[in-house]
Ligand binder design. Structure first.
Ligand code: G16
Length: 545
């Protein structure tokens, strides 16, 4: 049974703040770091229970608020194969996080253990890590209290990126099995990626150096180590690496800044020269956005959609060259944020599926393809090879040297790509491999299709929970009547498209719009935002302008 006395005395040290409702959202719990102490303690307990439920498999806990501002923090749970927590448990997490008192929490815990028939005599193992946020260390110690309250075994993976933590979980759980994923350390991760990368670019001329904007986050640390492992294979120049400067994290830099403002971070202005390419990670290094300066010093962004298009075409070419194209089919997963230009281009070539925002949704949809390429437009994504495809790759006998070379390339890609979750650095190496094989510059990569002008706007409303969507978030069903008004606005713009959804990581509603030209896209976005604001009673001082 539960060690009620121990749980009680530790829980009393982590009281839930009153009047706050916590919610396990798009990427776990996320809000101001200063109010997350009780959530962290309870997540520590929940992770241990999840481990017991799964027969002692190691569960991951990542403390990060990724692209959000520095005072925010958050926590997400990672399931044994390195994927996001099973969604049924998100509800349990929310219930446990909101029990108002220690007594109520223990009662909820007891009910939970009985309902799910969790065998408490099983062992429990949890591996945890955090990003560089100042609130991180205290939140980690709250998680440790939760792990200790359950007498579970904890492993501190220190300060590292979200993708490394996901990798570790899978590596630990597959150790010594036929599915062994790699050595269970950050070093092991770096070695796995760079060994595969070097094989893939062997014999190719070294590309020009690549600037990486690390968002002043944990990616800086991992990128530095990666650069050492890579040596001359590709020279990385990490910038925005000020992880200890207060307020610097994600501030006018990083993948979210670039994607949302469609601009180069000002700190890179003098560094990115004509013809040069660069890329930005986000605060926990699971997103990646590329860009380049053209010969006229114009900035061009290459977002998650462009990465998906580049990578999918490359893998299709390789399966053809290997003679495997009728056995291994590539499919794409996007969200409503995917640029209309990309959806048109891709769906003329490959199967494309649209799912709601959140890596967990994309990941599951991508698992249904032989090779599933999934990317959110914001640069969060990866490629999944199904177990059957991996099997085919290992048993296939190529009939020509050219087929054999292509086959080896695909096998090396399965090693290079972090298949547990979107991984900014692994994706970056993947892009570099394709550019090198195709001898593409940023400009050539960009030329596959033209992005429709688009605009993202945040609207602060009184209660974002009244917003409900359907059709993979492309239509609002609540509040009633608003979708018809959006449709009416959209009809007035040539090639217009717009949708509205509540964010799962910030207390805002997001509005996306695209149209045939920039002015129209901006106008449509602000009209829809104004409509939402007026209809749902936003804060008077914060009407979108
Ligand atoms: C998280 C999720 C992403 C999602 C993003 C924005 O990213 O992992 O899948 O696209 O939040 O979500 P929302 O629009 O619901 O706020 P990250 O990089 O912050 O973990």
């Amino acid at each position: 049974s539960l060690a009620v006395d121990r749980i009680r005395s530790l829980s009393d040290q982590h009281p839930k703040p009153s009047n706050i409702h916590f919610q396990y959202g798009t990427a776990g719990f996320r809000t101001l770091g200063s109010i997350l102490d009780s959530v962290m303690f309870r997540v520590g307990i929940l992770a241990a229970l999840r481990s017991k439920k799964l027969d002692g498999k190691t569960i991951g806990v990542m403390v990060t608020a990724s692209h959000n501002p520095e005072p925010d923090n958050g926590v997400k749970l990672v399931d044994p194969r390195g994927e996001m927590l099973e969604s049924a448990w998100e509800v349990h997490a929310t219930v446990l996080a909101n029990a108002p008192t220690t007594d109520a929490f223990i009662e909820a815990l007891d009910t939970f253990v009985r309902t799910l028939k969790i065998d408490l005599s099983k062992p429990a193992k949890v591996v945890y890590a955090r990003d560089t946020r100042p609130s991180g260390p205290a939140l980690i110690s709250a998680i440790e209290d939760g792990i200790n309250a359950m007498d579970a075994e904890g492993r501190d993976a220190g300060v590292t990126s979200t993708p490394v933590l996901h990798y570790l979980v899978r590596a630990i759980n597959t150790k010594g099995t036929k599915d062994e994923y790699g050595e269970d350390s950050e070093e092991g991760y770096l070695r796995k990626l760079t060994v595969a990368f070097k094989k893939l670019v062997a014999g190719k001329p070294a590309p020009p150096p690549l600037l990486i904007d690390c968002a002043n986050g944990v990616g800086a640390q991992v990128a530095h180590k990666l650069a050492e492992h890579l040596g001359d294979a590709v020279r990385l120049i990490p910038v925005n690496t000020a992880t200890t400067t207060p307020g610097a994290l994600n501030n006018s830099c990083g993948a979210d800044f670039v994607k949302t403002s469609q601009k180069l971070p000002p700190s890179l202005n003098s560094q990115l020269t004509a013809g040069q390419r660069g890329c930005s990670l986000d605060g926990d290094a699971d997103r990646l956005i590329y860009y380049y300066m053209d010969s006229r010093n114009q900035f061009h962004m290459l977002d998650g959609d462009k990465i998906a298009a580049l990578v999918a075409a490359f893998i299709v070419d390789l399966t053809k060259a290997a003679g495997l194209d009728d056995q291994i089919k590539v499919g794409i997963v996007q969200t409503a944020y995917a640029n209309g230009g990309s959806t048109k281009y891709l769906s003329e070539r490959l199967p494309v599926k649209c799912v709601p925002t959140g890596v967990k949704h994309l990941h599951h949809a991508a698992e249904k393809y032989d090779v599933g390429v999934y990317f959110e437009a914001n640069g969060h994504g990866t490629v999944l090879f199904s177990p059957e495809s991996l099997e085919k790759l290992s048993s296939y006998e190529p009939s020509t040297p050219a087929q054999s070379t292509a086959l080896n390339h695909i096998i090396n890609l399965t090693q290079l790509i972090n298949q547990t979750v979107g991984d900014g650095l692994s994706d970056m190496l993947l892009v570099e491999v394709v550019l090198s094989h195709k001898s593409y510059s940023g400009e050539e990569w960009d030329s596959s299709y033209v992005d429709l002008p688009n605009r993202l706007v945040k609207v602060v409303v009184a209660d974002r929970n009244i917003f409900r969507t359907e059709d993979a978030e492309r239509r609002l069903i609540s509040p009633p009547g608003i979708q018809a008004k959006i449709d009416e606005l959209v009809r007035r713009y040539e090639g217009g498209r717009s949708f509205v959804r509540p964010s799962g990581t910030e207390d805002v509603v997001r509005v996306y719009a695209e149209a045939m030209n920039r002015t129209q896209a901006d106008e449509l976005a602000f009209r829809v935002a104004g409509l939402i604001y007026d209809e749902t009673g936003g804060d008077p001082g914060r009407r979108p302008v």
